[in-house]
Design a protein around this ligand. Structure first.
Ligand code: NI
Length: 173
């Protein structure tokens, strides 16, 4: 069990393009994945990317199951995704609120592709290939952005749609 520090927006490592993992599997990768899960679960996150814990490798984890931070969200199976590739399916976009463990206390309304296909590998090297929609697709796009040095505020078209979660919840969005 290792809950590690999550880097916050402004840290230069969060702006780097992360390096592909090679080889898969490895002991080092297993250790990284354990730290990602432990840290994400301790903070009630829906997902976490390796750069957020200071490791510039292309690894993300995500899971949504009765998450108190996302009470209305559909469930997303626990997934480790290594060297992911995302392909939009169609051009439909959908704007919705997102938060990030690297930007505590804030949220913003971000357009994302409604339908995507994503591919990659599990931590033990099994191929993953899924077509998903809605919140599942949103979580994957958010996490994979971290691997390209992008945080969600960079995707918000109107900066007025960015603010403190407590204030925005109070307005009842
Ligand atoms: Ni994030």
């Amino acid at each position: 069990m290792a809950v590690v520090e999550v880097l916050r927006m402004g840290h230069p490592l969060l702006q780097q393009v992360a390096t592909p993992v090679d080889p898969i599997p490895s002991r080092k990768l297993d250790q990284l994945v354990t730290d990602l899960w432990d840290t994400m679960q301790a903070l009630d996150g829906a997902g976490l990317a390796a750069p957020q814990i200071g490791v510039s490798l292309r690894v993300v984890v995500f899971e949504v199951a009765d998450n108190p931070r996302y009470p209305d969200a559909e469930t997303v199976p626990p997934t480790v995704l290594v060297n992911p590739l995302i392909e939009p399916l169609g051009e439909a976009m959908e704007a919705d609120w997102e938060a990030c463990l690297s930007i505590p206390g804030m949220c913003g309304r971000v357009p994302r592709f409604r339908h995507i296909r994503y591919r990659g590998y599990s931590a033990n090297g099994q191929p993953i290939d899924r077509k998903v929609s809605g919140f599942h697709a949103r979580v994957v796009q958010h996490e994979c952005d971290h691997l390209d040095g992008l945080l969600y505020p960079q995707r918000i078209p109107e900066l007025r749609d960015f603010g403190f979660s407590e204030e925005i919840d109070a307005v009842g969005t």
